[in-house]
Design a protein around this ligand. Structure first.
Ligand code: ADP
Ligand code: MG
Length: 287
């Protein structure tokens, strides 16, 4: 599903002393099947933007067109939007409420009106994606699990709806590095299988650098940068001026270049850096 955000502005508490312009004339087009990273400092408007995409918040002004439907139109039913656009909130584990893991993950699919056998298949499949053993865990309470595993249950509940657009708002916040990397791999493998549109919100460049097709950088409610990772990471000064950096490995490459070592500049993963440095070493040996 394609998404078109047109002149989107959103103001919290308009007309009150607490008035805050959270989004300021945002324009973005996302193609069906794209994997998008949405990044920005705390308070830059990321969560406000994502909540517009499943109709949870209505714009102060502007439009959101999903496929060919303007979802800000009053006649569009929220229920229909939410069947297609799945949103995993920040700290989604706080919203678990059923007595078993199975029931929690099955909640969304049951609401889609699927048969019981279809629901079971969806729950199994979603648990497999997030690496939770079905037989062992299905009848246990989510509250017996560790924080990282509860997060996985909550995410599986949205995966199980098989949304055409999947939005994850800082899914790795507060997780240890290993669980974080595993979860990002799981999200990536889901995207590879279903070719759905995925929007991953993060404030970590390292997290999204190696995963996404394009990055949207938000700053004070506006889109500051938008492009493929290698384009965005070239804008080191802009990124630093808004409190973001480029991945650590990109700084290393820049330092090496400044020492006179000839390397490509647009490198942002450790694998690419390794290949490039080896190439340089071999080139020098032969010289
Ligand atoms: P992010 O997700 O990037 O941290 P948010 O979308 O949560 O940013 O916030 C954008 C701006 O809107 C911030 O200035 C924030 O304080 C404000 N804001 C967010 N939620 C609310 C709310 N419920 N009421 C009032 N202001 C809010
Ligand atoms: Mg947020």
């Amino acid at each position: 599903m394609s998404i078109k955000i047109e002149n989107l502005t959103y103001v919290y508490n308009p007309g009150s002393p607490f008035e805050t312009k959270a989004l300021d004339n945002v324009n973005v087009e996302i193609e069906a099947g794209e994997f998008i990273g949405l990044i920005g400092h705390t308070g830059s408007g990321k969560s406000t933007l994502t909540q517009h995409l499943n109709g949870l918040i209505k714009p102060t002004s502007g439009k959101i067109i999903i496929n060919d439907t303007d979802i800000t139109n009053q006649s569009v039913k929220l229920r229909d939007i939410r069947k297609k656009v799945g949103l995993v909130f920040q700290y989604p584990e706080h919203q678990l409420f059923e007595e078993t893991i199975y029931k929690d993950i099955a909640f969304g699919p049951l609401n889609l009106g699927l048969s019981e056998s279809e629901v079971e298949e969806r729950v199994k499949d979603a648990m497999e994606f997030v690496k939770l053993p079905f037989d062992e865990l299905k009848d246990r309470s989510p509250f017996e699990l560790s924080g990282g595993q509860r997060r996985r249950v909550a995410i599986a509940g949205v995966f199980a709806m098989r949304p055409e657009v999947l939005i994850l708002d800082e899914p790795t916040a507060g997780l240890d590095p290993r669980t974080r990397d595993e979860l990002l791999e799981e999200i990536k493998s889901l995207h590879s299988r279903y070719k759905n549109t995925v929007i991953l919100v993060s404030h970590s460049m390292e997290d999204i650098a190696k995963l996404v097709d394009r990055i949207i950088v938000m700053h004070k409610g506006k889109v500051a940068l938008l492009g493929q990772p290698r384009e965005v990471f070239k804008e080191v000064e802009t990124l630093e001026s808004i409190g973001l950096g480029v991945p650590q490995i990109s700084y290393l490459i820049r330092d090496l270049k400044q020492k006179g070592i000839e390397l490509r500049e647009d490198i942002f993963t450790v694998e690419e850096a390794k290949a490039e440095i080896l190439k340089w070493i071999r080139g020098n040996k032969n010289a």
